[in-house]
Design a protein around this ligand. Structure first.
Ligand code: SF4
Length: 164
């Protein structure tokens, strides 16, 4: 069975990040996977109706997995509470992954939505901390293997193992 991969749209060159930029990682492997129709390109924040550009947002005082029950908030640098929009984005990412048959996700690290190894600490001072964004966390909880763009080699090995 071919394992399909949900991939952050910004990693594929779409200018959908909060500041209107992308984080393209169009390495050969991604080109190959795209030709095999293995990739499902998705931006949870855009899917939730957030505009580009948009103010940067950070998870306040907790990791992504604590955000879903509304124990903490996601706020923009303006102070605007955007928890509900980001939660919607996470659920839409999960639905997209499940409906497309994705077993893995390759997501942009550091994002309050897509981060998987680190996020920013909520102070908007550029300080990082270990943790997951809310979509990465929700996908993981539902059995989808999440990898950051820095772990592409791990994802390649994971796919090889599954399809051996
Ligand atoms: S939500 Fe994810 S896919 Fe969308 S811009 Fe942010 S990191 Fe990229």
């Amino acid at each position: 069975m071919m394992n399909k991969i949900l991939v952050s749209a910004c990693l594929m060159g779409f200018k959908v990040r909060y500041d209107g930029s992308e984080k393209a990682q169009m390495v050969d492997q991604l080109h190959r996977w795209q030709k095999e129709q293995r990739l499902v390109i998705h931006c949870p924040e855009l899917a939730a109706g957030l505009p580009t550009p948009r103010p940067p947002a950070e998870i306040v005082s907790a990791e992504g997995k604590d955000v879903m029950p509304k124990q903490v908030r996601i706020v923009e640098i303006t102070g605007q509470d955007v928890t509900e929009q980001y939660q919607l984005g996470a659920w839409l990412a999960l639905r997209t992954a499940q409906e497309s048959g994705c077993t893995a996700a390759l997501l942009t690290d550091g994002s309050p939505t897509c981060g998987s190894q680190f996020i920013y600490d909520g102070s908007f001072s550029g300080k990082r901390k270990a943790g997951m964004g809310i979509a990465a966390s929700l996908l993981t909880e539902h059995g989808i293997a999440v990898f950051s763009e820095n772990r592409l080699a791990d994802l390649i090995a994971w796919i090889d193992e599954k399809e051996r």
